[in-house]
Design a protein around this ligand. Structure first.
Ligand code: AMP
Length: 182
């Protein structure tokens, strides 16, 4: 948990846009948080706080906003960075997994040599909703034998159950702000 004051400050730095990208979706836009130097730094510091001082080999970020946050987190904890990308974007030998979206399935990929067996990996994205995307990423990392230490997100939409889904997979979850009722 973070302090209510910090949660309020971070929430105030996030812009929420109704009916984007389609009617009925409230889109939580973190570009305003990223553009605010103080909010960006505090969000990164807080995300990794429970694992400060632990050995982390790699931070894996989910395309695309997870690259921005994950890159900053990796720098902060002196870890390497691993991109998890949509199908067809990575040039070298890949592993892939299908994952569920709101409607239907998609595929995500990682380079097969991006993590080694037993490496300690923290997974990062901007937001967890249903957890389908993050669940796919956890399974992909575990396919390569990685130990998923934790998954970190700036925003949790608790009503959609994604954080609980990851906890059921034995992945500790860290989130900073919650938007209820989405
Ligand atoms: P999910 O797989 O349902 O947990 O969806 C998480 C992914 O979709 C993350 O990569 C988010 O960036 C994106 N996402 C889902 N819902 C929203 C939302 N309401 N606002 C912004 N991004 C979202």
């Amino acid at each position: 948990m973070i302090s209510p004051a910090l949660e309020n400050d971070l929430k105030a730095s996030i812009r929420s846009i109704p009916d984007y990208p389609k009617p009925g979706i409230l889109f939580h836009d973190i570009t305003t948080l990223l553009g605010d130097p103080r909010a960006f730094r505090r969000a990164i510091d807080e995300l990794v706080q429970p694992w400060a001082g632990m050995k982390i080999d790699k931070v894996a970020g989910i395309e695309a906003r997870g690259f921005i946050i994950g890159g900053a987190v990796a720098h902060q904890v002196s870890a390497g960075f691993v991109p998890i990308r949509k199908k067809g974007k990575l040039p070298h030998k890949r592993v892939s997994i299908a994952y569920s979206l709101e409607y239907g399935l998609d595929e995500m990929e990682m380079h097969a040599d991006a993590v080694q067996a037993h490496e300690r990996v923290v997974l990062v994205d901007d937001l967890i909703a249903t957890g389908g995307t993050a669940e796919g990423a956890v399974k992909l990392l575990r396919q390569l034998g990685a130990e998923v230490l934790a998954a970190c997100f700036i925003i949790d939409l608790p009503d959609l159950g994604g954080a609980d889904k990851l906890r059921r997979l034995d992945v500790p979850v860290r989130t900073l702000v919650q938007f209820e009722g989405d």
